[in-house]
Design a protein around this ligand. Structure first.
Ligand code: EPU
Length: 420
């Protein structure tokens, strides 16, 4: 398995171009199953998760062509309605084919995703919403079968929690519903807005994306479209933290401060100076890193996907900070690894107390999820000595060309083969 070797201690200076968002492109690719016309997606990042989802879409009947950020998907006919265990196990976002399959083919068999490294992550909200639209849901041998042979119907459904994936699956399922589907307490994330814009460009009738309530008026069919994937706000936040941790100055392009609004206040309190300009912003600091208490929350709050990175920053703060993870019950896998690098962190339940230390020390480390892994890369960039981050495939799932982007700004990161 590949590993990254990082020789730390060099300030990062330069420009990083932010890629299209992983968490926007995955649902949008699934939405391409809703039409027999061609869907053309721009600004598509070259990620392992995109490749995995292409395999699943091809298995279901799509033809995909992916070159230089442009992904063409055409699903003349749905040829299979099963999302198999081997694919769902690798990538939970595979469950997002459920809504489009039920909407277009009247049936979906999807392997139940089960727990993962960051929590139990059930899909009860997805299934309850589909039931509210009249689908029949059964569970057998680890697969959930959702049937609506005569189509889904209008309804009003209030999500018990603003689940991102739940909102996306229900939005896609509802596009052909008979009548009107009103979804309340939905997720507000920019990725939801990007998906709704794409569906509307295909001819759907969706209003309210980005607010608490989304209303979908069913249409009889959808056409093709050309759609741009929005910039990755988590990648943006990750490199913003890298600038502060290494005491460098980065200019992040193809992004904006408004995309990371839940992070900008904590960054400012930590001592960041941010200057917005056309097509991006620059970030640096001119004093020590200050401790900041944060809580992860649904958008527009601080994203859980930035918690590990922010914690890495706080390990070097001039004081103590308290971090609370409110979205997942088990998203602190980076803590023991950061501690191996010299950080002082104590976790109790959903709260982590981080006492800043003057410096981190390089070490061999490993993490079992994407954001935990990238927090170790950040720590390695700031640490004295060499850090080896094992199991790089986690990073390849969500960070396009990570070592190239960092090295162009002065980092010393190399990839090598080796057992973990
Ligand atoms: N939840 C339920 N029932 C459900 C759905 C969710 O209890 O039916 C719970 C989950 O267990 C979790 C919380 O609600 O505790 C949030 O889950 P949500 O459904 O909002 O998350 P998701 O759609 O599974 C997406 C991102 C995650 C990101 C979360 C939260 C994609 C492909 N994934 O997951 O991204 O952490 O929203 O913002 O969009 C990542 O990129 O590293 C990542 C994990």
């Amino acid at each position: 398995m590949d590993k990254l070797n990082i020789v730390g201690g060099t300030p990062l200076n330069g420009t990083i171009y932010i890629s299209g968002a992983k968490n926007a492109v995955l649902p949008i690719m699934c939405a391409a199953l809703l039409t027999d016309k061609e869907v053309v997606l721009r600004n598509v990042p070259k990620l392992l998760d995109v490749r995995s989802l292409i395999s699943l879409l091809e298995h279901l009947g799509a033809t995909c062509e992916f070159r230089a950020g442009l992904l063409r998907i055409k699903t003349t006919a749905i040829k299979a309605t099963t999302a198999p265990y081997e694919l769902v196990r690798k990538m939970r976002a595979s469950v997002l084919v459920m809504g489009p399959l039920v909407a277009r083919a009247g049936v979906a068999h999807v392997s139940m995703p089960g727990g993962c490294a960051i929590g139990t992550r059930p899909i009860d909200i997805h299934l309850d919403g589909l039931k509210a639209m009249g689908a029949e849901v059964t569970l057998d041998e680890g697969y959930v079968t959702v049937k609506a042979p005569s189509g889904l119907s209008g309804c009003e459904y209030t999500l018990p929690f603003p689940s991102v994936g739940g909102t996306e699956n229900l939005l896609m399922a509802a596009v052909f519903a008979k009548g009107q589907v009103v979804l309340k307490n939905v997720a507000h994330e920019p990725e939801i807005v990007n998906l709704a814009e794409m569906l509307n460009a295909m001819g759907a009738k969706i209003v309210g994306a980005g607010t608490d309530t989304i209303t979908i008026r069913g249409v009889s069919n959808l056409g093709g479209c050309t759609h741009s994937i929005l910039p990755d706000r988590i990648e943006t936040g990750t490199y913003a933290v890298a600038a502060l941790m290494t005491n460098g100055k980065l200019t992040l392009r193809n992004t904006s401060l408004s995309l990371i609004q839940g992070l900008t206040q904590p960054l400012k309190k930590a001592g960041a100076i941010m200057e917005e300009h056309n097509g991006g912003f620059s970030i640096w600091r001119d004093g020590p890193i200050q401790p900041v208490d944060v809580v992860t929350e649904p958008y527009p709050g601080l994203a859980t996907d930035l918690q590990a990175q922010f914690m890495a920053l706080m390990t070097l703060a001039a004081g103590t900070s308290i971090i609370r993870e409110s979205i997942y019950e088990n998203r602190y896998m980076h803590v023991p690894e950061l501690v191996r690098m010299g950080a002082n962190i104590k976790v109790q339940g959903e709260t982590a107390v981080v006492r800043g230390v003057p410096a981190l020390k390089g070490a061999p480390v490993m993490a079992t999820d994407l954001r935990a892994s990238v927090s170790l890369v950040l720590a390695g960039l700031a640490a004295e000595g060499t850090t080896t981050v094992n199991r790089v495939y986690h990073l390849d799932r969500g960070y396009e060309h990570i070592e190239d982007k960092l090295n162009r700004c002065g980092a010393h990161v190399s990839r090598s083969n080796g057992s973990d």
